[in-house]
Write a protein that binds this ligand. Structure first.
Ligand SMILES: C[S@@+](CC[C@H](N)C(=O)[O-])C[C@H]1O[C@@H](n2cnc3c(N)ncnc32)[C@H](O)[C@@H]1O
Length: 198
């Protein structure tokens, strides 16, 4: 089945969790993976894999199967993802449990989080739990990247995410607006600030 139709079906089933009517465009996916170099000691964790619009690009840059972990909550999407990406480790799970899910896999340290969760439409408590999980990875040294749609950039939950990250990890690196995406979006990247000792 066509990826757009699979995505739309997932959206119609659960609009708030999916948060968009179309998968990310190749242009947004390229921005999301730009500059990242995952390997077994610096694993990339993808939260909210969807139909794999970004995963396709991650697949080309991960060094080995042990360099990637995808977490997706929708059972039907996970079944499709396992068929379409047999070489990648994709689990059905909740991003609210991302840290323990990663620990159970026995994979190496997470060096990158590629987060595609629709914070704007997720319930407040879910957003807060996910941010707490992200902090656990950031404490261990990590790059966090997400996208925010231009039309929702000043929605309270979008601002809340940026404030949460800025207060802990400083100012984000924001990409130019990716206009070839429905809807247009920015990517935002934060890096753990390593404290200098000695
Ligand atoms: C905006 S879509 C992004 C999909 C894909 N990465 C893309 O960019 O096209 C958000 C995805 O996050 C998933 N999702 C929502 N809440 C989640 C949660 N708590 N844990 C894991 N996945 C979740 C949805 O099922 C959906 O597939």
């Amino acid at each position: 089945m066509n990826e757009n139709i699979e995505f739309l079906q997932a959206f119609l089933k659960n609009p708030l969790k999916v948060g968009s009517i179309a998968p990310s465009s190749p242009e947004l996916a390229q921005q999301m993976v730009a500059g990242i170099r995952p390997n077994e000691e610096s694993v990339v964790l993808e939260l909210g894999v969807g139909t794999g619009a970004i995963t396709k690009f991650l697949q080309d840059i991960v060094a080995t199967r042990e360099s990637y972990l995808g977490i997706e909550i929708d059972r039907t999407l996970v079944k499709l993802l396992k068929v379409n990406f047999p070489a990648l480790k994709i689990v059905r799970g909740n991003a609210c449990d991302a840290h323990s899910t990663h620990q159970k896999t026995g994979l190496g340290k997470v060096g990158y989080i590629i987060c595609c969760l629709p914070f704007v439409s997720l319930p407040n408590d879910v957003g807060e739990k996910v941010l707490a999980e992200i902090d656990k990875f950031m404490e261990q040294g990590c790059v966090f990247r997400t996208f925010q749609y231009a039309h929702g950039y000043y929605f309270p939950s979008a601002i809340k995410l940026r404030e949460h990250m800025r207060n802990r990890y400083g100012k984000a690196k924001r990409s130019p607006l990716v206009v070839k995406n429905v809807p247009p979006a920015y990517t935002l990247t934060w890096k753990t600030v390593q404290s200098e000792k000695g």
